[in-house]
Design a protein around this ligand. Structure first.
Ligand code: FES
Length: 148
């Protein structure tokens, strides 16, 4: 079992509104965003065009928009818009890596492998008094093993 075979907390859900967020998990920079339907996307934080950080962009039309030339990516990492191509031009296929993500207990969990992961946690992280459990480190990453 590798370190990639775990779920990690990337952010508190309440912080993911409006603007994208940046995070680093296992040394990989990721950009998190929530589309207009509430879905969470976690993509590598590097535009397929010229490597600008997507986390510095904005959310636009269900996508994260690169701050440099405006390429847009959906929650699965597929490029959906290239402004310089104009209307009616077929998009070439460009993608950035996307990671499985899930919200649970007020956190956005990210799985660093591409395989179909099991849910991040079989039970709630919240204690009976609702106080919750915090990670020991300052960034809130809590590795949790896959349920048996
Ligand atoms: S670097 Fe992202 S659109 Fe050009």
């Amino acid at each position: 079992m590798s370190l990639r075979d775990f779920w990690y907390i990337a952010a508190e859900s309440r912080l993911l509104k409006g603007r994208p967020l940046a995070s680093v998990i296992l040394g990989e920079s990721v950009a998190l965003f929530r589309d207009l339907e509430g879905r969470v996307g976690v993509l590598e934080d590097r535009c397929a065009h010229r490597n600008a950080p997507l986390s510095a962009g904005r959310v636009s039309n269900h996508c994260i928009e690169c701050p440099y030339h405006g390429w847009r990516y959906d929650v699965l990492g597929s490029c959906t818009h290239i402004p310089s191509l104009g209307e009616g031009v077929k998009l070439p296929r460009h993608t950035v890596r996307s990671y499985p993500a899930q919200e649970q207990d007020g956190y956005v969990w990210v799985y660093m492998e591409r395989a179909n992961p099991r849910p991040p946690h079989s039970g709630s992280l919240m204690s009976e008094n609702g106080a919750g459990r915090r990670s020991a480190c300052g960034h809130g990453f809590i590795p949790t093993s896959r349920p048996a």
